[in-house]
Design a protein around this ligand. Sequence first.
Ligand code: ADP
Length: 228
Amino acid sequence: LDRQMFQMEKLTTLGELAMGLAHEIGNPLAGMKAVAQAMQYEEDIPPDLIEALKRMESEIDRLSGFLRSFHGFAAPQAIQPEACKLELILEDVLFWTRKDARSQGIDFTLSGFGDLPPVAADPHQLKQVFLNLLVNAVHAMPSGGTVSLHAATKGKCACIDIRDTGVGMSVETQSRIFEPFFTTRREGTGLGLAIVRKIIEQHGGSIEVASQPGHGTCFTLTWPFAWR
Ligand code: ADP
């Protein structure tokens, strides 16, 4: 409980910090990117400088991406619930994830979504949840595999399993994955699952993880059909 309280406090401060950072760092970054881009088209620029400017641009993109996730996580987001068909939401998310995943030898299978009633959710936030979970699944399968998504009705909730055949996680890792900034990836921000859990809980749902190192991971989402 102490740890939870500590995290709650951290979040309020983070919310204020996130809004400040988005402006104070986000705007100058956008300016720097514009300059880095424009300089590449100047005459007589040596090739190694062009290379350096391209690197600078991609580092700026990475920083901006981080700021966006951080803001999305820490700043309060109003929920505008609608009746969302999970199948349509997933179709949209898979459209973006599939392309990269195919070239990596990853397949997606869906079952049980067709006859599921719609859930009450903010569609943008619901998309964000699936996007983060699917991107993580893809990261966990560097040499290919399968992501199986299965939906079923459980009382007043939709129960959705997202199962991958990836690297899995130790018990120690599992206990920390929802903490903001916890990551095991060199390029990671550690905000993906913190955002996922926050959105799900704001909608009155819950998320659980089961994983076996070397075999894969299954996230189970419980999402209410009706808005509270
Ligand atoms: P990030 O992806 O930036 O590291 P996340 O919050 O999305 O941040 O994930 C935190 C950590 O949880 C990851 O670094 C990874 O160790 C672990 N993780 C998340 N999803 C999976 C998965 N499907 N399989 C294995 N490990 C995972």
